[in-house]
Design a protein around this ligand. Structure first.
Ligand SMILES: Nc1nc2c(ncn2[C@@H]2O[C@H](COP(=O)(O)OP(=O)(O)OP(=O)(O)O)[C@@H](O)[C@H]2O)c(=O)[nH]1
Ligand SMILES: [Mg+2]
Length: 272
């Protein structure tokens, strides 16, 4: 049974890859969208593969309003030093999107740019398409899986954008779940909490907010401290870890824990 599930997942991943590769033939550029809070972990593994790796691109660090500006700056320097035009954007407020347009124009100054927008689910790809086009043509929503089919949007006389559904690496990961890339029911909230808690800066923020959550020796004990502070109690008076984890994840995703970056760029000059 488990084997069948894994086989099914492999098949679906293959189908998605083939569909994206087919779409790529009609595009001459990529807008690679990553999460500014974790630009390496949220990078689609597909982007390092042959056909995708060779395509001229602009990397957009999306949801930059939720990341620490000084860390985002380090990422932009790191990616820029590796030769990739990289920009930070907040597609909800429209910040940074004019610079994305200029970078796209510079990719192919004399030709029509047909840019495919790719990245993990729920990072704000469709919101970015709408901002670049100055319309609300692409459907957006506060959960992964809103875009279901591909859609070309004319953004400028010289620019066509291809909005694509988000593609997750097989199996996802607790960190990607914490970032909001996995649908409810497809991940364990307590594991996603543990992934967040393992980041020093997040631990410090949690500890300042809820006594015991920062210095607890394990993620489970930290979660218990959060559950007590949040009043997340299940029937029988036991603390409710799942509920507390969901609440903390919600606070993190909406920025109510403050601006947080989960990764620093590597010190060398290579791409993430
Ligand atoms: N804080 C913040 N939220 C954003 C930003 N861009 C988009 N969002 C929100 O993130 C959610 C997902 O946005 P979408 O544009 O639908 O994301 P997507 O990548 O197209 O998602 P899928 O189509 O499901 O893969 C929405 O609730 C947006 O309002 C941003 O820069 N900052
Ligand atoms: Mg979308």
């Amino acid at each position: 049974m488990a084997e069948t599930g894994r086989e099914g997942e492999r098949q679906r991943a293959r189908t998605r890859r083939l569909r994206l590769e087919a779409a790529l033939r009609r595009a001459n550029a990529l807008i690679e969208v990553v999460d500014a809070r974790a630009p390496a972990a949220s990078r689609s593994p597909l982007m390092a593969r042959g056909r995708f790796a060779a395509r001229p691109r602009v990397v957009v660090l999306a949801r930059a309003d939720l990341a620490r500006p000084e860390v985002t700056r380090l990422w932009l320097e790191h990616l820029g030093a590796a030769g990739t035009p990289a920009l930070a954007a907040d597609a909800r407020a429209g910040r940074g999107t004019a610079a994305v347009l200029s970078a796209l124009r510079r990719l192919r100054p004399a030709a029509e740019v047909r840019a495919m927008v790719v990245g993990l689910p729920n990072l704000g790809k469709s919101s970015l398409v709408n901002r670049l086009a100055g319309t609300a043509r692409a459907a957006t929503g506060d959960r992964p899986g809103v875009t279901v089919g591909e859609q070309w949007v004319r953004a400028r006389p010289w620019l066509l954008l291809l909005d694509e559904p988000g593609v997750l690496p097989a199996g996802g990961s607790p960190l990607l779940a914490a970032l909001g890339c996995l649908a409810e029911g497809e991940y364990d909230p307590e594991e996603a909490f543990a992934a967040l808690w393992s980041v020093d800066e997040v631990r410090a923020v949690l500890g300042r907010r809820w006594p015991g959550a920062g210095e607890a020796p394990t993620a489970a004990q930290a979660l218990e401290a959060c559950a007590r502070a949040l009043g997340a109690v299940a029937s029988g008076g036991r603390w409710d870890g799942r509920r507390a984890a969901r609440q903390v994840l919600g606070l993190f995703r909406s920025g109510r824990l403050g601006r947080l970056s989960l990764e620093l760029p590597p010190s060398g000059g290579e791409e993430p």
